[in-house]
Design a protein around this ligand. Sequence first.
Ligand code: NA7
Length: 548
Amino acid sequence: MSNLQEKLNQNDKSSEKIDVIIVGAGFSGLYMLYRVRELGMTVRIIEAAAGVGGTWYWNRYPGARCDIESLQYSYSFSDKLREEWHWSERYASQPEILNYLNYVADKFDLRKDIQFQTRVTTANFHETLARWNIQTDNNEQISAKFCIMATGCLSVPKKIDLKGMDTFKGNIYYTSQWPHTSIDFTGQRVAVIGTGSSGIQSIPIIAQQADHVYVFQQTPSFSIPAHNGPLDTKVEQSWKINYDEHRRKVLGSSFGVEVNDMISDKPATTATSEEQQEVYETQWQIGGLTFIFSFNDLLFNKEANTTAADFVSSKIRAIVKDPMTAESLTSQDYPIGCKRVCIDTNYYDTYNRNNVTLINLRKENIEEITTIGIKTKNNIYQVDNIIFATGFDAMTGALLNINIQGRSGNKLKEKWIKGPCTYLGIMTADFPNLFMITGPGSPSVLTNMIVSIEQHVEWITECLDYLRKHHYDSIEATNEAEDAWVNQVNAIANATLFPTANSWYMGANIPGKPRVCMVYVGGFVAYHKICQDIVANGYEGFQLMKNN
Ligand code: NA7
């Protein structure tokens, strides 16, 4: 039994008081814990899983891998950690990232302040005391001055309720909640529903094992080759020796990633067709998400965007031998980059295997799941396993799953009924002392998440320190500042092509979810400066209060 568990058992559960409660033990929760502890405050993480890792704890599907290069998808805060840790591949696999987070938890002795297998169900703000009352599914009550939501942007799976699902006699799996035991699909027929990143990463691996794989595609992604492989020791050495220089480039980039030297800072619309092809070909050969930054107008100008989309389509057609399959894989009806671009290893080539069939759901939609498989308009596909790679209730799902009640009994669910409203994606008016790490309205998923997480954690840490030093009991976003921020987030998004795609950035993957851009698309650099200026101006747009 952990020290924490013993302490909990000894204490009167209804009267526990701490300074800070953090919800979630992924990248953001772990670093937040580390920082709050440094302030000398009492703190606890509440985590639903049995271990650390957040999204990397749950998403254990075959081929799960990060789409940001491992040297950049790492904490920057500890020199020692950086020196000690060695990534084995250019893009880290899920098991390696999970090992990393376990290593971090052990190295900084974080586990003693983490309560696992516990879910926060309710958070109520007590106005007179200026404290949050947290309730868990173990019926514990914890009173905390500050509540920090480190609940992740992609942590609540999209609910799937297809007719007849409960009658299926085979196995059903979700990529987002993959079993901890290894699953062998040898000799089996497997259906994979969904062709976002999770589908695209898992399909080539499953196809190597299974007797047959049926891929059910609703919308084709654009996928760029990862060219993954062992981490180049020269690159690793360069990062270890010249870390500050690399970091400067990361923090100076809109996406929080160090882009390669071949990135062009000119618009595609002014480049000749030959120049465009040369740049795209170079980026295709380098591989990875920086393809989308090949020119600086790809996310703003439809004509420019089409040149990049056409290039990728031509690559797909060159790889995939069956013309009908190639046509389905190139039937994107949205600008490239406006739904998450995927990066893959052998995804398109996998369709050249005899044991892989692509089913285009736009031509034959799923009518129901039967006892033996999947019935579409035209066929019945008999399978032993169905894998749902169907995505997440992104950005707001985890926050709205908790019954959060702020000032005057205001419920977050009601406040956000038309879409999330926040100030900076860090706080929301009427919910004092409630912080969100990479919340809606911040750059989050359109940047390297670790860079954005560290920036938020450090901002919140500085804020907590400031409040304490100046004897404030609470901080809260003002309605005026929040309205202005929401307008700014929308105005910037509307100047781009993002709103034209049915993406999870826009909430469009969940039926009935309000369609608003939930990400600040102005880039990390601009956002970081705004956050710094707000602090320099005495927490402009926030109200800081003393209890009496
Ligand atoms: P994504 O990217 O949201 O992909 C989910 C996929 O599942 C996508 O192709 C969806 O089609 C499809 N989908 C969703 N619901 C259905 C139903 N009901 N029937 C058929 N197909 C469906 O989630 P991922 O887990 O792949 O990736 C999430 C992020 O993790 C990724 O962006 C990276 O950042 C890492 P749709 O596009 O909605 O038409």
